[in-house]
Design a protein around this ligand. Structure first.
Ligand code: 6R9
Length: 631
C-alpha cells in the first residue's frame, strides 16, 4: 500500500472537535436541536426563515408537493434583488462594502451596497429599454468582475432569466447554450485576465452568435485600451448602454415560483442540461445556509473563490451572501499567479474571516509548500469551507493545520447545481471527521440506499439520495421534463443525486464519487459523452470512449481511447490536434490529459460502450460482471 493511501486511511478515523469558542458564538449552536426543530415541523421551520426576508405578499402555503414537482411559498410575491440590495441600502448598510475586487495586477475596486444598488438599477433599466421583459433569457459570458454580478442581479430585478456561461467555455459550447435558451441578449466583456494575460472573450461571442436570430443585442464591457471595436448594429458598449438609464428601477413583482435563472450542467448525455431554479425557495435556501453553514455575521469578510459561472458562485457569491448582507472579496485571475502567495496575501490584506474553496486548489497549494502561506498573517480566519469534490483526509488535515492553524472548523459542503444550496456538511458544534462531508443540514433528509431505496448497512457503499423536497431544489430541466423526473424516479420516491456514498454508525456521510458517466475534474463536472462527441467530430476519429482516472491534484483527469478512421495512423501530432480540437469544441477544462489509440472498444451487445471495463483495466481492478460484453 502506498504511503499516501495509508495516511489517508489513518486520518479517516480521526475525529476533531470544533473549537469551543467557535461553537459558543455560532449563529446556531446545536445541530441536533436545530435539526429537531426542522423535523418537528418542516413548514414552520422554513416559514420562520422566510419571515426574516422581504415579501410583497406572504405565501398561502409553505409547500405544495406533488412528487416530483414542488412549489415553495405558494403565491408568495417577492424580488430577490430587493432582499439583496434595497433591504440593506435602506437599513444602514448603504456604505457597507459589498465587494473588495481586485485583479492579478493589483487593480482594485471597492463596491458598497449603495453603489452596487445604483449599478444594478441602471443596468436593469437599460435592459428594459432594450426590450428585455420578464421571462426573457439573457446569457452572461463574463470574467470575474463586479459587472458580472451586477448583470445577474439586473436580470433578476426585471424578472429576466439569466443563464451564466463560464468564460472558459468555447464557441460551440456557448452557442449551444445561447441557442437552447433562445436568449435575446448576451452580456460579455472584451477579455478576461489569467496569468498576466488578457484572454479574449468577445471574439468567442461574435462567433457563437453568428446567424442566431434570437440574439438581438450583445452588450460588451470594454476593459482594454485602446478599446476593442464593436461590430454591427447588435453590439453596444456596457457603460454606453447604461449611461442614460434611470438610477431607480421598480423591481418586478415575482411570484415565488417564477424562474430566477437557468444554469447548464453536465450529465451522462452528450449535451449539458439547463437546470432551472425559481425565486422564493432558492432565496430562502441560500440565505439560510449562509447564516448556518457559513455562520455569517455582520462583520465577516467572506471569500468564496469560485466564479459566478458555476452554481457555487450563483449561490455563495451572488445570491446567498448578498441577501445576507455580506462583505466579500472577489479576485480575478489564477490562485498561483504571480506566485503561490497570492491567495494568502489577499486573506491577510482584507482580513478574510470565512474562506470557501475547492479541494483541487488545496492540493495544489499543498504541493507548493507550507512556506507560501506561512509568509502571511492568516489569523483573521475563523471558518474554512470546501466544495466541488471529495476532500481527501490528507488535504483536509493540511487545510486545517496550515491554513486554519487548528482554530477554524472546516465545512466540507456536499451539494449540486440541482440542489441549489448546501445539503450535507458538518455544522453547529458537530465533531468533524476529515474525509466525511458530515450530516444533512437542517431541512434535508439524506440517506445512502440500494437501488430500491432501502438504507444500506453502515459503512457499505450505496446511492446518495434525499428523501424530502427542500426550498432550493431545481424545479425542472429546460425543455426536458423526462430528465427532471428521472432524478426522482430512478430510486422510487427519492431524489437520486448521481453520487455513491457510505454512511457510518454516527450518520456521517462520505461521498465516494459519481455513479454515472460524469468525470469531476478540479471540481467541475464533465460528461464523458460530451468529450466523446467532441472527439468523434474530428475528421480522423471513428470512435472514442472517455473515462476519469484518479489524479493527485485535480481529483480526476480525463483519459480518452480513440479508434482512428481507415488510413489514419497514430502520431504525436494527431494527439495534439485532437486535444486542440476538444479545446475548441468544449473548452480547456474538457481536454483529455491522455489519449490512447486502440483498435476496439468494449461494448455491450446493444452497442453501448462499457466505460467501466476500460476503467477497471486501466486501474488494474476487477471489471465486474462481463455478461453483457459483446465479445
Ligand atoms: C456545488 C457543486 C456536483 C457534484 C456532486 C458531487 C461533487 C460537490 C462535493 C462533491 C464530494 C463534496 N461534489 N461537492 N463531492 N464532496 N463536498 O460542485 O455543484 O458542479 O453541480 O457538482 O460535485 O459528485 O454530485 P456541481
Amino acid at each position: 500500500m502506498s504511503e499516501e493511501k495509508l495516511d489517508s486511511l489513518l486520518h479517516l478515523g480521526t475525529i476533531i472537535k470544533p473549537p469551543e469558542e467557535f461553537v459558543r458564538n455560532a449563529n446556531v449552536k446545536n445541530y441536533e436541536e436545530e435539526y429537531k426543530k426542522f423535523l418537528d415541523n418542516p413548514e414552520e421551520f422554513w416559514a420562520k426563515v422566510a419571515d426574516e426576508l422581504f415579501w410583497y405578499e406572504k405565501w398561502d402555503k409553505v409547500l405544495e408537493w406533488n412528487l416530483p414537482y414542488a412549489k415553495w411559498f405558494v403565491n408568495g410575491k417577492t424580488n430577490i434583488t430587493v432582499n439583496a440590495l434595497d433591504r440593506h441600502v435602506k437599513n444602514g448598510r448603504k456604505n457597507k462594502v459589498a465587494f473588495f475586487w481586485e485583479d492579478e495586477f493589483g487593480n482594485e475596486k471597492v463596491v458598497t451596497y449603495g453603489s452596487l444598488y445604483t449599478l444594478v438599477n441602471k443596468l436593469a433599466n437599460a435592459l428594459k429599454n432594450a426590450g428585455i421583459k420578464k421571462g426573457d433569457r439573457v446569457v452572461i459570458y463574463m470574467p470575474l468582475v463586479v459587472e458580472q454580478v451586477a448583470a445577474m442581479l439586473a436580470c433578476a430585478r426585471i424578472g429576466a432569466v439569466h443563464s451564466v456561461v463560464y468564460a472558459g467555455f468555447s464557441v460551440p459550447a456557448l452557442r449551444h447554450r445561447i441557442e437552447d435558451a433562445q436568449a435575446k441578449m448576451v452580456i460579455t466583456a472584451d477579455m478576461t485576465i489569467r496569468r498576466g494575460r488578457a484572454i479574449p472573450l468577445k471574439q468567442i461571442v461574435d462567433e457563437a452568435v453568428r446567424g442566431l436570430d434570437n440574439v438581438e443585442k450583445v452588450v460588451v464591457l470594454r476593459r482594454l485600451k485602446p478599446k476593442v471595436d464593436l461590430i454591427g448594429e447588435k453590439e453596444i458598449d456596457f457603460y454606453e448602454f447604461i449611461k442614460d438609464a434611470d438610477t431607480y428601477c421598480e423591481p418586478e413583482v415575482m411570484d415565488s415560483e417564477d424562474p430566477l435563472f437557468m444554469l447548464y450542467t453536465s450529465g451522462s448525455t452528450g449535451k449539458p442540461k439547463g437546470v432551472i431554479h425559481t425565486t422564493g425557495g432558492y432565496m430562502v435556501g441560500t440565505y439560510y445556509s449562509m447564516k448556518t453553514v457559513f455562520d455569517l455575521k455582520e462583520d465577516d469578510i467572506y471569500w468564496c473563490t469560485a466564479d459566478p459561472g458555476w452554481i457555487t458562485g450563483h449561490s455563495y457569491i451572488v445570491y446567498g451572501p448578498l441577501v445576507a448582507g455580506a462583505t466579500q472579496v472577489l479576485a480575478e485571475g489564477a490562485p498561483n499567479y504571480p506566485d503561490f502567495g497570492r491567495w494568502w496575501s489577499l486573506i491577510e490584506k482584507y482580513g478574510v474571516t470565512i474562506f470557501y474553496t475547492a479541494p483541487t486548489a488545496i492540493r495544489m497549494f499543498m504541493r507548493a509548500g507550507e512556506h507560501w502561506p506561512e509568509k502571511y498573517d492568516l489569523s483573521s480566519l475563523r471558518l474554512l469551507g470546501s466544495v466541488g469534490e471529495p476532500i481527501n483526509p490528507e488535504a483536509w488535515m493540511w487545510y486545517f493545520r496550515v491554513i486554519g492553524k487548528e482554530r477554524c472548523p472546516i465545512v466540507d459542503t456536499w451539494w449540486q447545481t440541482e440542489t441549489g444550496a448546501v445539503m450535507i456538511t458538518t455544522i453547529d458544534g458537530l465533531p468533524m471527521k476529515p474525509g466525511r462531508a458530515g450530516k444533512p443540514v437542517p431541512g434535508v433528509v439524506a440517506d445512502v440506499v440500494d437501488k430500491e431505496g432501502n438504507p444500506v448497512e453502515p459503512n457499505k457503499g450505496g446511492f446518495l439520495v434525499v428523501r424530502n423536497p427542500w426550498p432550493s431544489m431545481m424545479r425542472t430541466i429546460h425543455k426536458n421534463k423526462e430528465k427532471y423526473e428521472s432524478y426522482w424516479n430512478t430510486i422510487p420516491g427519492c431524489y437520486f443525486a448521481g453520487d455513491v456514498a457510505t454512511k457510518d454508525e454516527d450518520g456521517y456521510i462520505m461521498i465516494l464519487g459519481r455513479a454515472d458517466d460524469v468525470i469531476n475534474v478540479s471540481g467541475h463536472r464533465i460528461g464523458t459523452m460530451e468529450v466523446e462527441s467532441a472527439l468523434v467530430s474530428h475528421p480522423s476519429v471513428a470512435e472514442a470512449a472517455v473515462i476519469g482516472k484518479p489524479d493527485p491534484v485535480k481529483g480526476e483527469r480525463i483519459k480518452a481511447f480513440v479508434i482512428l478512421k481507415e488510413g489514419e495512423s497514430p502520431s504525436e501530432e494527431l494527439v495534439n490536434s485532437l486535444k486542440k480540437h476538444v479545446r475548441t469544441e468544449l473548452g480547456a477544462l474538457a481536454v483529455p490529459s491522455e489519449i490512447e489509440f486502440v483498435d476496439k472498444l468494449p461494448k455491450t451487445r446493444s452497442g453501448k460502450i462499457m466505460r467501466r471495463v476500460l476503467k477497471a483495466k486501466e486501474l488494474g481492478m476487477d471489471p465486474g460482471d462481463l455478461s453483457t460484453l459483446e465479445d
